[in-house]
Design a protein around this ligand. Structure first.
Ligand SMILES: NC(=O)c1ccc[n+]([C@@H]2O[C@H](COP(=O)([O-])OP(=O)(O)OC[C@H]3O[C@@H](n4cnc5c(N)ncnc54)[C@H](O)[C@@H]3O)[C@@H](O)[C@H]2O)c1
Length: 485
């Protein structure tokens, strides 16, 4: 992709476009599913088909047990499904019928070849674009919903124009990055802080932008619908995630100083939050960020900076990732060190495996790294998460090569059905996700303490434990990230 290629002279061959009546979403994942389910729910007169190459995923969307857990999602899907919301594996048929197509496929980091470990792998975007070029109807609007490197729309246009069988095909590409956060996706989609719609400054681009804005205007506050240039919109998503991740790494860097100085990072961060220029969000110290986006979007930004000949900029953002990896490793090391420098054959309860509360998503979850470290050090790990299945835990740990070097049989870890069962017989419990059930008043800490091996340790990487003194009184040794006890 060359940033010097200009689109501003693009010879627009726009077909007249009326209001959007039929939408197709390619990719029925964490973004495509909830986003278009909410759209269908709010716009009953628009037919919305969410399509995916994964038969398993589509079957789950059509079943009682949706493939992802998201508070409020079930009710939205159940009301709209079969009315104007459909889930289908007929990718071509769904594209062919649509006058607006969201591309919501995955954009993981490349694992091999040029840019491996940093660049976005756009093979899924390209495959989807080729299907659009081949089967979409004239004048269809194409919307980048996936997070993509800046100027991806330019590559998409080249593919569309080269592959389309029609000599007078007309494609308008918009950028409409998604800002939902897993765990609050439905809330975020119903009342988004902003909806960005980026377009080329051509008459066709402006008209397509207006058509998509009209769809959102059915339920989104007008002042939250922001129109801008295509490249700014693409870059805004990477910029927003980089800034959020940077806050987490910054507060974790302060947490490390707190632990050495007997300062308390929660006191420090609450003091910082009161400054309106800083703001109150994403200043929770802990065991680092996870999720499918921050890591890969930062890698993407680093790669973009390097490609643009900006090594200092790349180095700046790289430190955010370095700090995150170090934070996770430091947490594991602390566990071993505080448990008398050996955890061989000790039972350790890991409470929470999802990368954050209210989601079953384990992508890049810090729990994966910490479990891997504990297993490598010979511990027997008992994992409990209210929303993550054993199969997902197995997949996540296997992908990281996490295995026990001491287990003579089995995997070296056991997935437990409850917090109490994970803790029974354990020498330590480690909080890796801030599920509300862990901090609930219903938790009988005395009973948990009695069921554990002594001394009984608590390692809190998620600020779950609020009343440390009460737990100490029971007999626990408590360690919290960023608190210098
Ligand atoms: N997960 C989030 O919280 C989040 C938030 C904002 C943006 N994003 C971005 O949204 C995009 C999608 O993320 P996700 O978490 O939904 O990914 P996902 O892996 O959950 O879903 C992507 C889906 O696309 C399908 N797919 C891939 N190629 C296809 C093709 N050619 N035709 C049909 N289906 C195809 C896959 O089978 C998969 O089900 C990514 O670019 C991501 O960075 C994610």
């Amino acid at each position: 992709m060359s940033p010097n290629v200009s689109y501003f002279n693009h010879n627009s061959r726009d077909a007249p476009r009326g209001p959007v009546k039929n939408i197709c979403c390619i990719g029925a994942g964490y973004v495509g599913g909830p986003t278009c389910a909410v759209l269908a729910w709010k716009c009953p007169d628009i037919k919305v088909t969410i399509t995916d190459i994964s038969e398993e995923r589509i079957a789950a969307w059509n079943s009682e047990e949706l493939p992802i857990f998201e508070p409020g999602l079930d009710a939205v899907v159940k009301e709209a499904r079969g009315r104007n919301l459909f889930f289908s594996t007929d990718v071509d048929g769904s594209i062919a019928a649509a006058d607006l197509i969201f591309v919501s496929v995955n954009t993981p980091t490349k694992e091999a070849g040029i840019g491996a470990g940093l660049a976005a792998d756009l093979c899924y975007v390209e495959a989807a674009t080729r299907r659009i070029a081949t089967v979409s109807k004239k004048g269809a609007i194409i919307v980048e919903k996936s997070t993509v490197p800046c100027r991806t729309a330019e590559s998409m246009r080249k593919i569309l124009e080269a592959v389309s069988p029609s000599t007078d095909a007309s494609f308008e590409i918009l950028s409409n990055p998604e800002f939902l956060a897993e765990g609050t996706a439905i809330e975020d989609l119903l009342d988004p802080a902003r909806v960005l719609i980026g377009a080329m400054p051509t008459p066709g681009g402006q008209l397509a932008q207006q058509r998509l804005a009209e769809v959102y205007a059915r339920w989104v506050r007008p002042e939250a619908i922001i129109t801008m240039g295509l490249w700014s919109s693409e870059l805004s998503k990477l910029a927003a995630n980089a800034l959020l991740a940077q806050r987490v790494s910054s507060i974790n860097a302060i947490a490390a100083i707190c632990e050495k100085t007997e300062a308390n990072v929660h006191e420090v961060s609450s003091a910082c939050r009161l400054d309106l220029r800083i703001g109150s969000k994403f200043l929770e110290a802990g065991v680092g960020f996870g999720g499918s986006c921050f890591q890969k979007d930062l890698q993407n930004l680093i790669y973009l900076s390097l490609s643009l000949g900006l090594p200092e900029v790349a180095e700046y953002w790289k430190q955010v990732l370095v700090m995150n990896a170090w934070t996770k490793r430091r947490f594991s090391k602390d566990i071993v060190q505080k448990m008398f420098s050996t955890i061989t054959s000790k039972h350790i309860a890991v409470l929470g495996f999802a990368f954050k509360a209210d989601t079953g998503d384990t992508r890049e979850a810090p729990a994966i790294d910490v479990c891997r470290d504990l297993l490598e050090d010979g511990a027997v790990v008992h994992i409990y998460d209210p929303k993550v299945s054993e199969a997902s835990i197995d997949r996540a740990l296997m992908a990281k090569g996490a295995c026990s070097h001491t287990a003579t049989k089995g995997k070296g870890y056991i997935v437990e059905p409850s917090m109490q069962q994970a803790c029974a017989g354990a020498s330590a419990l480690v909080f890796m996700t801030n599920w509300t059930e862990f901090s609930s008043k219903q938790v009988d800490w005395k009973a948990i303490y009695q069921s554990m091996s002594k001394p009984a340790f608590i390692f809190d990487g998620r600020n779950v434990v609020k009343d440390v003194e009460a737990l100490k009184k029971i007999g626990f040794s408590v360690y919290k990230s960023g608190v210098g006890y």
